[in-house]
Design a protein around this ligand. Structure first.
Ligand SMILES: [Fe+2]
Length: 255
């Protein structure tokens, strides 16, 4: 009953914030399972606390000191979780354990309204286009660190998804793109790259964006099907930041 209310709010507001939560890892996975099947991330070096469903982003060494290394630069670009899979991410659920004093915020952008705000010409131009999403592209080639192994690469080959997606629960159309989108199916590679970059930039409007500054013990749940998000940078040599994340699988995107 309570979950039904949470799910209704999730569809209506797209981002939910729960403050002052004492949430052990097992409870986080349990909560996530209410939404659906929880993704086991292919990059198993991030698995946390013995739960392969959880993905820990931390810049701390074994003594709890900043190690100077950002754990995932891929999160700094606007993206939607799991768009590099045939079945893409539905909800992402992040719990903040340790929060940076400066930076390390999370930004969200409403992709329903980003779509609605496009000109009729743009809507027409992208109506039937498929973008090819590729984790190896966004992670390894663009951000350079923690490259994927050959086996991980084989496990997640590139997949195509419609750029204009109809949300399976609300029936509303939205843009589905972000940093994992590499090129456009059937289009010259560079032309497709340019179109993706242009559209990703065009989608983000200050008034469609929510910027969240974290406090420890906060839990945020968001809908990847109709939002893009990104993290802001922080100084990993000075600040401490530890969050644990899990992503619930959704469905194959439909036009
Ligand atoms: Fe993400």
């Amino acid at each position: 009953m309570l979950f039904r209310s949470i799910h209704t709010a999730f569809l209506q507001y797209q981002v939910l914030l729960f403050r002052m939560q004492d949430l052990p890892p097992g409870r986080q996975v349990e909560f996530a399972r209410h939404f659906g099947e929880v993704q086991i991330h292919v990059m198993n070096q991030y698995h946390a606390d013995g739960y392969p469903e959880l993905y820990r982003l931390s810049n701390l060494d074994e003594n709890g000191n900043p190690n100077g290394k950002h754990p995932d630069k891929g999160t700094l670009a606007w993206h939607t979780d799991g768009s590099w899979r045939r079945v893409t991410g539905q909800a992402t659920i992040i719990y903040a354990e340790v929060v940076a004093g400066e930076g390390g915020e999370t930004h969200f952008c409403d992709m329903y309204r980003a779509y609605e705000r496009l000109s009729p010409e743009w809507k027409k131009r992208i109506a039937n286009l498929l973008a090819v999403h590729n984790l190896d592209f966004s992670r390894t080639r663009r951000h350079g660190e923690e490259p994927m192994t050959e086996a991980q690469r084989r496990e997640v080959p590139p997949v195509d998804h419609p750029i204009v997606r109809t949300h399976p629960d609300t029936g509303r159309k939205c843009l589905f793109l972000g940093d994992h989108a590499e090129y456009i199916a059937g289009m010259d590679y560079d032309e497709g790259r340019a179109l993706i970059d242009e559209l990703n930039a065009l989608a983000v409007h200050p008034d469609l964006t929510y910027e969240h500054r974290w406090t420890p013990g906060e839990l945020i749940v968001w809908d990847n099907r109709c939002l893009m998000h990104r993290a802001t940078d922080y100084d990993p040599a000075v600040q401490r930041r530890v969050v644990r994340r899990c992503t619930v699988l959704g469905e194959i995107p439909r036009q």
